[in-house]
Design a protein around this ligand. Sequence first.
Ligand SMILES: Cc1cc2nc3c(=O)[nH]c(=O)nc-3n(C[C@H](O)[C@H](O)[C@H](O)COP(=O)(O)O)c2cc1C
Length: 408
Amino acid sequence: MKHLEKYIDHTLLKPAAGIADIEQLCKEAKEHGFYAVCVNSRFVPVAKKALEGSDVKIASVIGFPLGAMSTAAKVFETENSCENGAEEIDMVMEYGLLKEGHKQAVFDDIKAVVDAAAKYGAIVKVILETGALTDGEIVDACKLSEEAGAAFVKTSTGFGEGGATVHAVELMRKSVGPNVKVKASGGIRDRETALAMIEAGADRIGASAGIAICTVPEGEEENDPFEKEGPKNILVLNGSPKMSGNTAALVDAFCRGAQEAGHTVHVFNVANLNVHPCTDCQYCFDHAGECVLQDDMKRIMPHLYADDVIVFATPVYFYGFSAQIKTVLDRMICMQPSKMTVKGSILLSPYGDTDTTVPKPMIAMYKAFTGYIGWKNLGIVTAENCMDPGDIQGHRALAEAEALGKNL
Ligand SMILES: Cc1cc2nc3c(=O)[nH]c(=O)nc-3n(C[C@H](O)[C@H](O)[C@H](O)COP(=O)(O)O)c2cc1C
């Protein structure tokens, strides 16, 4: 994994930092293409001006670093930050209250900030200060944050007890649904640590050492053929029977982003193909991967030996893949690993329920088989509350799918 830039919230929160320091931070974020800058609320207007014309976002910390300010103060600071241009709010949770068991008060505090941010279309990351919490308290904090509508749970302020750990990130990842992301922050100073956090489940890294983190050690690129620069070929399998349904909308958004970045997409609407289920005859085992079934799998298989990335786009059908996509997957048993060029995979999936735990079994299955085959997971986008075609219009998952394609 070479390109870590879009994982980085380039951060400067030291009390001694001044205007020139924030301007320098923004300059670096633009130059390196970081996802966001993370600053104290006082400096949001400075960042806004310095980032004009770029797509680097501004994250403002709230109630920082103690989390012990009144809810009203946090709400005001949130609104003020959003008015000044912040699109992301990193609030410190009332962890003292959580430790005493006042869960309702902690929930109310988060919810008030989430509601205030939502008025401006901003998302909220809840800083748990995991170094000060037991595992049980981390799980509780994750659940309260998710219930209150937070977009992220975040490990640490960097000013409290301990920083991000792999254990905390793994625990947080397990404790929230697929639509809540995890930000690791506090003490992440090098690439190796950042990669360990991403491997553990972090979607974002908060660090002042973003430039060092994103510097690729010499030789690494050659060691990992997938990470080579340049346009990629992407095989997209759409497993919905509806040609203009929610899955198709996710596919379109993904392809738009990928094509904008110069990649080539090969989209197959699997429901329109004639693909039979695998019969486990094992003919392919002794015949160089050749399948006895003569059907449209012949059109898909060459892409596994020529393309770089495979995308599984499927509606959730009873907690899993649609039969259409599963049929195609099973037929890949005849793949010859030594010839396969596909190195990474992506999952795009809408579903009807509002319960964001619904896709968990499907995601577990996706991770298990991609891990078995040796494909690197390059991203998962799920879209809840999409029962009927068109329900996905305006859904944040469309922007996520587009960004995923663009940042490949
Ligand atoms: C056979 C079947 C099973 C389904 N199972 C689930 C399910 O377990 N959970 C869920 O949230 N939605 C379920 N749905 C709803 C679909 O996931 C949802 O309508 C999805 O948006 C369809 O995507 P499409 O418009 O691309 O076809 C199911 C739909 C069908 C037809």
